[in-house]
Design a protein around this ligand. Structure first.
Ligand code: SF4
Ligand code: SF4
Length: 196
């Protein structure tokens, strides 16, 4: 994966779009349409006011929902990943970039010195998870807020993906505490130790 992120040219606005007024009126017409539809639905006893007080209330997702990736660790805190490249080879979007290093622990042999996923390219297919022989990468975080203020920050790094379920993640934690049977390994326990 190249570190150079190509710039995308913005579409030029038409004259009516650049004035904004027409677009604002169009938006208001759509909003009013929904308001009228909802009021009629309410009067008929068929409420369509399906609003959600996000982020306090989060949209429930399917048990098989593929959220943000995380990297799993061994009990001693080392990454389970052995930098075999199976996931990056299987990835159809070619968005996984791994640099392997020698591990001093002979049975492990290799570990990821660098492990990046460009989330702007990812298509959430889950092939990386399926291809992994070590259960080292999972998409069971249930995190769907995958966003950033820069394209560079959309590249999820090795440590970011390891710590994704640790620390201050109240929404995910609440769901897992209510559904402990789905809790990722170690999530409700201690935060995995940091590898030097
Ligand atoms: S989910 Fe699919 S596209 Fe995304 S990193 Fe994994 S294999 Fe690549
Ligand atoms: S995450 Fe799994 S498949 Fe990918 S390099 Fe690590 S061990 Fe291999």
């Amino acid at each position: 994966m190249s570190d150079v992120i190509p710039a995308i040219k913005k579409r030029k606005l038409s004259t009516s779009e650049s004035i904004y007024l027409v677009e604002v009126l169009k938006g208001m017409a759509i909003t009013m349409g929904h308001v009228i539809k909802n009021i009629i639905g309410e009067l008929k006893g068929q409420s369509t006011f399906d609003t959600m007080e996000y982020p306090e209330v989060r949209k429930p997702v399917n048990d098989r929902f593929k959220g943000a990736h995380r990297l799993t660790t061994r009990p001693d805190g080392k990454y389970k990943c052995v930098a075999c490249m199976c996931c990056s080879t299987a990835c159809p979007a070619k968005c996984i970039s791994i640099v392997a290093g020698e591990d001093a622990d002979d049975p492990i042999e290799k570990y990821p010195v660098r492990f990046d996923i460009d989330m702007l390219r990812c298509i959430y297919c889950g092939f990386c998870v399926e291809a992994c022989p070590k259960d080292a990468i999972r998409m069971d975080t249930r995190i769907y807020e995958i966003n950033a203020f820069s394209r560079q920050d959309m590249i999820h790094t090795r440590d970011y993906m390891r710590d994704l379920m640790a620390g201050d993640k109240p929404e995910a934690e609440q769901w897992y505490r209510e559904n402990p049977q789905h809790s990722p390994e170690g999530f409700l326990g201690e935060v995995p130790p940091v590898i030097p």
